[in-house]
Design a protein around this ligand. Structure first.
Ligand SMILES: Cc1cc2nc3c(=O)[nH]c(=O)nc-3n(C[C@H](O)[C@H](O)[C@H](O)COP(=O)(O)O)c2cc1C
Length: 458
């Protein structure tokens, strides 16, 4: 059997995401990178040349003046990816779309459109949105609570999967000689009535090249992990150490197995930043310089985000971390809030120390020369810490050195592929193509989309 290969993705964050307050000062980053489609296209083409599996576009829809620079002004993911699609031919296109502020029909249609436009390279990063303030942009007084968010999340994905099966693969003969454009027996309504949504269908778009887009998932609470185990084919996460990463991957594989899934069909893809230079010492010095230059005030303000933009400037920096009531942040990024509170409590930290710890949490375990970083990635991969990495470049220099030197070292060692195996993202990730449920029913084979837990009424 061929050895399992490490899969590669990269998160593109223009002028700098959380904690990257000074990234935009680098002369190698255009100051309008976050809204310049040609910047994304160039990065995607470079990643494609390096045989990456995918580019990854994160998203959110609520900002304040303290939001990270990239968040202040950025392109909508599927609009961006549609443009990248026509300037690339192999690389996967992952868009983050929330189930808390979208209708499933609209999500299913837009994602299927991207899959057609890209010839089978679309993926959906399913999130439920941590920013509670988003509610105010969608005519709602409050963000959905966790149970509702994740309930809607699961139902949305199941509906989308149902809609993607609206047409069987051979529904459109388009035979001019026989005068047969379409076979009406191969079109199926969904007639879904569930807890949160009612969707009749069918979707007005034929079966897509991949059958269905690849489903990514990001959300770390027990409810989030449960959703990931149920529907996620690639799980986006952050894990600080090799031990934590191995434990997370083991847990998610086990959770998937308990749901009746093949654990090899759920790939774990942590976000990994790397700081590179020709020598290890130079790379270490670069990391120290990057972290030394971080703005404490920006980090203090940004600490408020997981807590629903709670204002931490009101507290004494050198007093113990404030004892906040449970309601603050319980409905935003709850898992992150709990981790921060635990860290403060267990180590008796002051507010200043917590802010510093948040700044330092961005420090990477992958710092050094291209070969040192390649060694570390190989070690983590072989220990079972991940199936894929979602690479964050700290600076353009890191992007160039990682793609130009670290990846070729990993390729030479057979850790990553030397060429694409398939024209679709699903094919390159080694994930099965979901069979159309109606075709499966016709042929008597078991449908590969389990919707037994859905209140779907046919
Ligand atoms: C690694 C990771 C990446 C995420 N990326 C996004 C994102 O780009 N956009 C978004 O709205 N939410 C994102 N989320 C947040 C989820 O939508 C989720 O609502 C939030 O983390 C709170 O849920 P949790 O406690 O289950 O993590 C991400 C979560 C994780 C763990």
């Amino acid at each position: 059997m061929e050895k399992r290969k490490l899969k590669l993705g990269t998160v593109l964050m223009g002028v700098g995401g959380p904690g990257q307050h000074n990234a935009w000062l680098d002369p190698a980053i255009p100051t309008d990178a976050s809204v310049d489609i040609w910047w994304y296209i160039a990065r995607a083409q470079e990643a494609e040349k390096a045989k990456f599996d995918f580019i990854f576009i994160a998203d959110s829809q609520f900002i304040t003046a303290d939001s990270p620079n990239h968040y202040l002004s950025r392109l909508e993911p599927l609009t961006l990816l549609s443009a990248v699609a026509v300037h690339t031919s192999r690389i996967g296109l992952v868009g983050t779309l929330t189930t808390s502020y979208n209708e499933p029909f609209n999500l299913a249609r837009r994602l299927a459109s991207l899959d057609h436009i890209s010839g089978g390279r679309a993926a959906w990063n399913v999130v439920t949105s941590g920013d509670a303030g988003t509610a105010g942009n969608y005519s709602r007084d409050e963000h959905f609570d966790y149970e509702t968010r994740y309930g809607r999340g699961l139902e949305s994905v199941r509906i989308a999967q149902g809609l993607w099966d609206s047409y069987e693969p051979d529904a459109f003969p388009r035979d001019r000689e026989r005068g047969v454009f379409f076979d009406r027996t191969k079109q199926h309504a969904l007639n879904h009535k569930g807890e949160f949504f009612s969707v009749v269908g069918p979707l007005n778009l034929e079966r897509m090249p991949q059958g269905q887009p690849v489903i990514f998932q990001a959300g770390d609470s027990p409810q989030g992990r449960d959703l990931g185990a149920e529907i996620g084919e690639v799980i986006f996460t952050f894990q600080p150490t090799i031990e934590a990463a191995v434990a997370f991957r083991t847990e998610m594989r086990e959770r998937a197995r308990e749901k009746g899934r093949d654990p090899d069909h759920i790939l774990i893809a942590p976000g990994i930043s790397a700081i590179l230079a020709e020598s290890d010492e130079e790379a270490q010095a670069r990391q120290d310089a990057i972290f030394g230059a971080k703005s404490f005030d920006r980090a203090l303000a940004e600490l408020g985000r997981p807590f629903g933009w709670h204002d931490f400037t009101q507290y004494d920096l050198d007093a113990p971390f404030p004892d906040l009531p449970d309601e603050i942040g319980s409905n935003s990024f709850r898992s992150h809030v709990e981790a921060i509170k635990k860290l403060a409590r267990e180590n008796n930290l002051t507010l200043r120390e917590v802010v510093q710890a948040q700044i330092d949490s961005g420090r990477s375990p992958f710092v050094g020369s291209p070969i040192k970083v390649a060694n570390a990635i190989q070690e983590w991969f072989e220990a079972g810490a991940f199936d894929a990495i979602n690479f964050f470049a700290t600076t353009p220099q890191d992007y160039d050195l990682f793609l130009g030197q670290t990846v070729p070292i990993l390729r030479e060692r057979g850790v990553v592929r030397s060429d694409y195996e398939s024209t679709t993202l699903r094919g390159n990730l080694g994930l099965p193509v979901p069979e159309n449920r109606h075709t499966a029913a016709r042929s008597g084979s078991p449908a590969s989309n389990r919707d037994d837990e859905m209140a779907t009424v046919h």
